[in-house]
Design a protein. Sequence first.
Length: 157
Amino acid sequence: MSTIFSHPAVPVAIGFALGQKTIPRSLLFIGAFCAILPDFDSISFAFGIPYESQFGHRGFTHSVFFAACIAAFFAWRNHEFKVDGASVKRHIVFAFLFISTVSHPLLDALTDGGEGVAIWWPFSKARFFFDDTPLPVCPIGQNFFSAAGYAALRGEL
């Protein structure tokens, strides 16, 4: 996977490019959170859920469907995101958070390890990688602070 440091780069770059009049700080913060949210599925390892399961790592939380659900949830609650006292339009909230969340599995599909991402779940349980995988896969957990973790960070730079 890409690391927790690189996943938020997509929403941060979009937020800075569009400016605070379009993407206020509160929305930018949620976008960064949404960009790492799919990796919360790594808790599945603690419950003995196999990696290749649709509920395992890089399963349903790495899908377009999941990204759309997360974006829709926050767009529905858009009163939390304001610019000059006015709520950010729902379609802006949805689009920004959808792109933020779906960027995660797309970056993971560029890595050279793992089982791929279930990008089309629930319509397909197949796992996906891009043809070119230039990013070294990052180890999970304590192994993050290892030579392999350093190589992953170096590869992202």
